[in-house]
Design a protein around this ligand. Structure first.
Ligand code: SAM
Length: 223
């Protein structure tokens, strides 16, 4: 799979050299292509923003550098082109799994007050939001979506079951996890987890999942 990021801050994507993502890139599990939108500005100062028509606070990203950068990066429109936006469809685990089936994803990271609507009409397929809050730019949202998607790609996680037995995959939040030591500052690991009885462990985990979901996210149970 190939991930393209269109941005005015390419430096953000340095984090992809780290941890599980960094290892996966080195092993060729997926490719990353970071494109600087400024390189497609015909303005002599590489400007990519201007004042909003109709007035109001802040600046808006101009359409031409975005459309030209998009077309140059994905000339045959092979990629699913996504604009990260607070106005987009809410991002969910099920969407991460669905997007992992694409060959290429292209993320447009907005900035300032957003992007001229015509760039989206002309060149984008989908708008996705990572939550009901506003960030300064689309770089972190694009990395969030890409990270969640990449966990479904072959060889990215050490153990493929990790995406099966975790929060949201079953529609519930995950049960509590414990590791060594068995007693830490007077707190013991629940007895059942060291019993060796797998059926009882599974039953305990299922019960805990349900309890935690009921307490913290009852809306998930309604679904
Ligand atoms: N004026 C816009 C609005 O009210 O919807 C917010 C613009 S925001 C300051 C700048 C950029 O950050 C957006 O163009 C978008 O790319 C990104 N962004 C901010 N919050 C986001 C969110 N919750 N999900 C996805 N992208 C977001």
């Amino acid at each position: 799979m190939k991930f393209h990021f269109l941005t005015i801050f390419p430096e953000y994507f340095g984090v992809l050299d780290l941890g599980i993502m960094g290892r996966a890139v080195k092993e060729g599990r997926f490719e990353v292509n970071v494109v600087n939108i400024r390189d497609y500005s015909t303005d002599k100062h590489h400007k990519t923003d201007d004042y909003p028509y109709g007035g109001g606070a802040g600046m808006v990203m101009t359409p031409d550098p975005i459309v030209r950068a998009t077309e140059a990066t994905d000339p045959e429109h092979k990629a699913l082109r996504i604009y990260l936006s607070p106005k987009g469809e809410p991002f969910r685990q099920s969407m991460a799994k669905e997007l992992a089936g694409e060959e290429e994803l292209l993320f447009l990271c907005g900035g300032y007050e957003g992007v001229d609507e015509r760039a989206l009409e002309l060149a984008y397929d989908r708008e996705i939001s990572i939550g009901d809050y506003v960030l300064t730019g689309g770089e972190l949202p694009a990395l969030v979506v890409m990270n969640a998607v990449s966990r479904y790609l072959d060889g990215v996680l050490g153990s493929p079951e990790s995406t099966v037995e975790e929060s949201f995959s079953s529609g519930l939040l995950e049960y509590p996890q414990y590791t060594r030591p068995q007693v830490y500052r007077g707190l013991s690991v629940p007895e059942v987890l060291i019993s060796g009885n797998h059926a009882e462990v599974d039953a305990w985990r299922a019960r805990k999942s349900l309890e935690i979901t009921r307490e913290r996210r009852p809306d998930l149970l309604d679904k």
